[in-house]
Design a protein around this ligand. Structure first.
Ligand SMILES: Cc1cc2nc3c(=O)[nH]c(=O)nc-3n(C[C@H](O)[C@H](O)[C@H](O)COP(=O)(O)O)c2cc1C
Length: 191
């Protein structure tokens, strides 16, 4: 049975979940596909066409450099009484378990309010996330405290900031329902 465009998009939206690195398989994501997924991100809406999203894609040895960097930042910026060796190890492991990790960055030049640039960048990530999910690639947006300190490593300029990391990999996780407060609690109709 052929789905209508609305049924297709509804299905893609409802099936998208956060999928975490322990569920990733070793299957490699083709670079051409990854580029197509990034093109989906690049189609996001944006006020005054500022297109503020910037991505740094880590793969292969790049993942090892990122794992080392995130672990080093965790060690440097975590107060000793909060430091957990297990957390340090899992920080490294989840990067190395991924086929790709994309640093999600936003740039801000004052053309529109910064919140709009954040919103547009999040729209881009959602496009990427939905498109990835529709091809069987799992992913999730991670926003550790260390992103405040990662600008130099990512070679960001003063008007750019890292908003998190998108971990990606093919996976073997069964579908699960979204956990959401029902809509009536969030919508008021005036008619
Ligand atoms: C901006 C943003 C930041 C997030 N940061 C984290 C994070 O640091 N750690 C985490 O486990 N999940 C993070 N998530 C994923 C959410 O936990 C997840 O989207 C939420 O639980 C809903 O689950 P679902 O994506 O499967 O629908 C983030 C999501 C967004 C949109």
């Amino acid at each position: 049975m052929t789905l209508t465009p609305f049924e297709t998009i509804k299905k893609a939206i409802s099936r998208r979940r956060s999928v975490f690195p322990p569920s990733y398989t070793n299957q490699v994501i083709a670079k051409e596909l990854l580029t197509e997924l990034l093109a989906c991100a690049n189609a996001a809406p944006t006020h005054k066409l500022t297109q503020p999203w910037r991505f740094v894609v880590f793969r292969g040895q790049g993942l090892e450099r990122l794992a080392d960097q995130l672990a080093a930042l965790y060690k440097t910026h975590t107060p000793p009484e909060q430091f957990l060796q297990k957390k340090l190890e899992s920080t490294r492991a989840k990067v190395l378990r991924s086929d790709a990790v994309i640093a999600i960055c936003g740039s801000y030049n004052g053309t529109v309010p910064q919140r709009e640039e954040l919103a547009a960048t999040a729209c881009a990530v959602q496009n990427l996330w939905l498109a990835a999910s529709a091809t069987g690639i799992g992913g999730y947006w991670s926003s550790p405290g260390t992103i405040k300190h990662i600008g130099d490593f990512l070679e960001l300029t003063d008007d750019q900031a890292c908003l998190g990391f998108f971990y990606m990999g093919y996976h073997d996780e069964p579908p699960r329902e979204a956990n959401r407060v029902p809509l009536p609690a969030k919508v008021r109709w005036e008619e």
